[in-house]
Design a protein around this ligand. Structure first.
Ligand code: ZN
Length: 332
């Protein structure tokens, strides 16, 4: 049974657009042509529903004007969710879309390795995305898309930052707030507050970030082993399960996503990640970079290195528009 509540919807379904940007469309929506003319997608529409719900709670004059489209809309989503792909498979419609997931590591003023990014370079990336009408989405929204095939914004992208570096709090988080861009931070728990070598975020900073709807925290193990596939069953269980428990206890959140250190996994590792209760796991491979929908499964979601941003956003596409009339075409 898939539980899909408004509180889940509103908590982390952040997209870069204003949640009220589609509100005008709902306002002009008549009951008569509600069924077929109004196109449904995830391009801010769920956010619109949440926005309407919030407004309904404060409005008393004409609630019915807004209630009917809401019911129609939720009815469609209920059908979409009832037709979602069996986990951890990716929905056939989502396979057609091209959602790039960008992977960043440390952000710091002076580069030490080639994949370091300076704060000004990161802001240039954000400006490029804005100039190209790219919409950064949250991981929860991507998860819904991958399971239902519902369309995302025209040019979606997911931003991910690995390893919990101090620069993520100092430079990335302020930029996310400035641009209103959601992102995922993958944290290995032993690194938190450890400033020997590179600096890392501490628990207080992480709690502040995790409480922000723009931020999703994923587990990245406890000690960041170079290759999880080489660990004993006991070690593997500890890295996967205990890291989830520690993050949940420290942050007061349900940690639903895992990022394989160095992208390395096999069937045993993926099975453990699933058994422990993660819903999705990120991998990475310089030799095999794919759009999200082309990933092997929700337990091996592919990413692009940040240096491929320009090319990735040139191809980004949120998938096919579905309408209520196409609901029967929502196949598994
Ligand atoms: Zn890592």
């Amino acid at each position: 049974m898939f539980f899909f509540t408004f509180s889940q919807l509103s908590s982390k379904l952040a997209i870069a657009q204003s949640p009220y940007s589609h509100f005008v469309a709902l306002k002009n929506f008549s009951q008569k042509d509600a069924h077929c003319r109004y196109e449904l997608s995830l391009s801010g529409h769920i956010a619109s529903v949440v926005g309407v719900l919030a407004l309904i709670s404060t409005w008393s004059k004409q609630p019915n004007l807004y209630l009917q489209p809401l019911i129609e809309t939720l009815g469609f989503y209920r059908i979409a969710f009832s037709k979602r792909s069996p986990w951890p498979h990716i929905h056939e419609q989502a396979k057609l879309a091209r959602v790039p997931i960008m992977m960043y590591h440390d952000i710091l003023p002076t580069k030490e390795v080639f994949f370091d990014v300076t704060p000004s370079e990161l802001e240039a990336h954000f400006q490029l995305m804005r100039a190209k009408d790219v919409t950064p989405i949250s991981l929860n929204l991507l998860m819904i898309h991958l399971q239902t095939g519902l369309r995302l914004p025209e040019k979606p992208i997911l931003l991910t930052f690995d390893d919990g570096y101090g620069g993520h709090y100092e430079y990335v988080y302020p930029l996310l707030k400035k641009y209103n861009y959601p992102a995922v931070f993958s944290i290995y728990t032993k690194g938190v507050g450890n400033n020997s070598g590179r600096t890392h975020v501490n628990w207080e900073q992480l709690r502040e970030m995790a409480a922000d709807s723009l931020v999703t925290i994923a587990s990245h193990s406890i000690s960041h082993p170079h290759d999880l596939t080489k660990l004993s069953d006991e070690q593997l269980l500890k890295e996967v399960k205990l890291s989830k428990r520690i993050l949940e206890a420290q942050l007061g959140l349900n940690i639903k996503y895992f990022t394989y250190p160095v992208g390395k996994y096999d069937d045993r590792v993926a099975r453990e990640v699933a058994t422990v209760g993660y819903q999705l796991a990120f991998t990475m491979s310089d030799q095999d970079e794919r759009f999200a929908g082309a990933s092997h499964s929700l337990l091996a979601v592919s990413r692009f290195g940040q240096s491929r941003l320009k090319n990735a956003i040139a191809q980004a596409w949120g998938g096919q528009q579905l309408t209520p009339c196409q609901k029967n075409n929502l196949t598994n």
